[in-house]
Design a protein around this ligand. Structure first.
Ligand SMILES: Cc1cc2nc3c(=O)[nH]c(=O)nc-3n(C[C@H](O)[C@H](O)[C@H](O)COP(=O)(O)OP(=O)(O)OC[C@H]3O[C@@H](n4cnc5c(N)ncnc54)[C@H](O)[C@@H]3O)c2cc1C
Length: 390
């Protein structure tokens, strides 16, 4: 019986091949060790940076590769399909977009080439706060103008990779909510150089989580940020953050598709090899059908994702498709994870097979970077025109 995984018509085959080859240098043992110790996969992130994959979306004039989003999506999908996890570094691909789209020419000249070559890391994205949660405009971190600086006070939570980043894109309030007409006004984006402030006016505390994600909570105590580091116009930051959401949704959906493929390929191989009652377990339709169903679910999500990417790369604003792709891909990866554990039986729980690790990792996408409910709310209100609920 063939255990060869199905072949798909995929874009960027050369990029996919090189990512797969790079990932072969970081096998299951590497990820298991980091997972066990909740350690940051430095060597992997360095290798991706050196190979130029993390600067794929930065334009050539800033020393990146200037590739379309489809290339970034292919890179992240293959990392996940190979059994790895790009959560340690994926944010650079989308946070960089805030600087690229809304930053001044001098900010771009100053930071983007250094990010491209790996001299500076832009991995931290400070939006979520403990009290406001999903209700972003209720955030409480403030930046008060004092001469040529902003003075920042407040707290963020779930600021992933902050310990392994030099720069952070920070969303904070520059005008109190009571003084603005629309609650989305009065928020601003600062590009924070964390190197100076760390341990003084910026405190980073790691949060241990069910999977290895290097996430943290951070506290600002009169942290000074030069006014020159304001991205775009003061008070318009919420729009700038929103404008990057399609990119984020599409890239995360690609990781989910990569995870789903990994689970399906693992389960297919295992069900073909594992023999119980004198025959491969995959010969039983009770084992075979869940694998086929997970495959169907993954392919459907993948097709919607390809449509979202196609529209995005054609210069459109595919809010509906990007949201659909994120939700369907996250559902597909989670369904595949559940199927894979069941196919492996007891061995699905053993660390050495990586199934339980990937199972924990892929659970995140039902909650972050945006929860399934919030996507349904977007579809209900913005696509179907149902009454607003908040
Ligand atoms: C590992 C990890 C890494 C993260 N990394 C980052 C990061 O780097 N930067 C960053 O800024 N954030 C990050 N986040 C935060 C993430 O974006 C949020 O956890 C997510 O958006 C959900 O917000 P919340 O946790 O505050 O949940 P809450 O807003 O408290 O919501 C809790 C639950 O209630 C549901 N809910 C809330 N309101 C409604 C409603 N009106 N209708 C229906 N359901 C609703 C939500 O869907 C959710 O399931 C990370 C989170 C995790 C767990």
């Amino acid at each position: 019986m063939s255990t060869k995984p199905p072949t798909y018509m995929l874009d960027h085959p050369e990029i996919r091949d090189s990512v797969t080859r790079l990932c072969e240098g970081f096998p299951g043992e590497y990820w298991r060790k980091n997972d066990r110790e909740q350690d940051y996969p430095r060597e992997f992130v360095d290798a991706l940076t050196q190979a130029g994959f993390l600067s794929a979306l930065i334009p050539e004039e800033f020393d990146g590769s200037g590739l379309p989003l489809s290339a970034g999506a292919a890179i992240l999908e293959e990392v996940h399909r190979s059994g790895g996890n790009a959560g340690a570094c994926h944010a650079q691909m989308y946070t960089m977009g805030t600087l690229l789209r809304h930053g001044s020419q001098s900010q771009k000249q100053q930071y983007l080439p250094a990010i491209s070559c790996g001299e500076l890391r832009l991995q931290a994205f400070g939006v979520t706060e403990p009290t406001s949660g999903t209700d972003t405009t209720a955030l409480r971190t403030t930046a008060r103008r004092e001469g040529d600086h902003y003075v920042v006070n407040g707290q963020k939570i779930w600021t992933s990779r902050a310990q392994y980043s030099d720069l952070m894109i920070l969303l904070c309030r520059t005008t109190p909510r009571e003084q603005v007409e629309k609650k989305t006004d009065g928020l601003s984006v600062l590009l924070v150089d964390m190197r100076e402030a760390r341990g003084k006016t910026l405190t980073i505390r790691p949060i241990r989580t069910m999977m290895n994600h290097a996430t943290t909570e951070i506290f600002f105590d009169d942290m000074r940020v030069p006014v020159d580091n304001l991205i775009g116009e003061e008070g318009r930051g919420f729009r700038y953050i929103l404008s990057g959401m399609n990119t984020e949704r599409i890239l995360i959906a690609s990781e989910c598709i990569g995870d789903a493929k990994w689970f399906i390929e693992k389960a297919t191989a295992y069900a073909s090899e594992r023999s119980v009652f004198g025959r491969p377990i995959g010969q039983n339709q009770g084992v075979q059908f869940p694998i086929a169903r997970a495959y169907a679910q993954m392919r459907a999500a993948e097709l919607v994702l390809r449509e979202a990417i196609r529209l995005y790369d054609a210069g459109e604003n595919p809010g509906e498709e990007a949201n659909l792709a994120k939700m369907l891909a996250a559902d597909a990866s989670w369904a595949s994870a559940e199927m894979c554990v069941q196919t492996y039986g007891g061995f699905g729980f053993a660390e050495e097979y990586d199934v339980e690790r990937k199972f924990r990792e892929t659970r995140l996408y039902q909650v972050a970077p945006i929860s399934t409910n919030l996507i349904l709310s977007y579809l209900g209100e913005h696509v179907l025109g149902l009454p607003r609920s908040y």
